[in-house]
Design a protein around this ligand. Structure first.
Ligand SMILES: Nc1nc2c(ncn2[C@@H]2O[C@H](COP(=O)(O)OP(=O)(O)OP(=O)(O)O)[C@@H](O)[C@H]2O)c(=O)[nH]1
Ligand SMILES: [Mg+2]
Length: 164
């Protein structure tokens, strides 16, 4: 079963995205759930970590021991004050030796706000044009609380890129 690390800052919407709980509380330990992100497709082993700064050192403990097929990196796109810190964490992950073969999908979560930047702008701010060409990464702008066609498009991209 493919393993997927679900990372990002606190309250970005990680647990909401993978719909483990209706009203998620902050994740304080790592929760591993096996479920398909698109019904009828194969199950994934989803590693939902805490984005709390004090608990982020646990992330490397996971990917240094488990080979992840993908990283889902969730960003709160409604609060630009968090962009720099979020970008730093994303770039740390994309530079890790253990994640060199891993495909990255960045979920920019609108959190239902209607004044979020465009996807193009977000990708620029997060340095998408600066990743080494070997980094396989794509970004999507969605409201993680709603499972709509944008969510479906993002998850379809993930499934299509898991093994390639
Ligand atoms: N309206 C709205 N609220 C959201 C959305 N995504 C997340 N939230 C809310 O933001 C809060 C944090 O979401 P979580 O999914 O728990 O965030 P997380 O990334 O798992 O956070 P940690 O577990 O603390 O690292 C919750 O109260 C969610 O209900 C969204 O797309 N729309
Ligand atoms: Mg969580």
């Amino acid at each position: 079963m493919p393993a997927v690390l679900v990372a990002g800052l606190e309250a970005a919407g990680k647990t909401t995205l993978i719909s483990i709980k209706d009203q998620p509380e902050r994740t304080l330990g790592t929760e591993i759930v096996e479920k398909a992100l698109i019904s009828n497709l194969r199950k994934l082993s989803l590693w939902d970590v805490s984005g709390n700064e004090a608990l982020r050192p646990i992330w490397p403990a996971h990917y240094k021991n488990v080979r992840f097929n993908a990283v889902i990196f969730v960003v709160d796109a409604s609060d630009e004050r968090l962009f720099e810190e979020s970008k730093e964490e994303l770039h740390i992950l994309t530079n890790e030796e253990e994640l060199r073969e891993t495909v990255f999908i960045v979920i920019f979560n609108t959190k239902g706000a209607n004044n979020v930047p465009t996807l193009e702008h977000l990708k620029h701010v997060f340095g998408f044009d600066k990743f080494h060409t070997s980094v396989r990464i794509e970004g999507f702008l969605i409201d993680v609380k709603r499972y709509d066609r944008h969510t479906h498009e993002a998850f379809t991209w993930l499934y299509n890129n898991l093994d390639s």
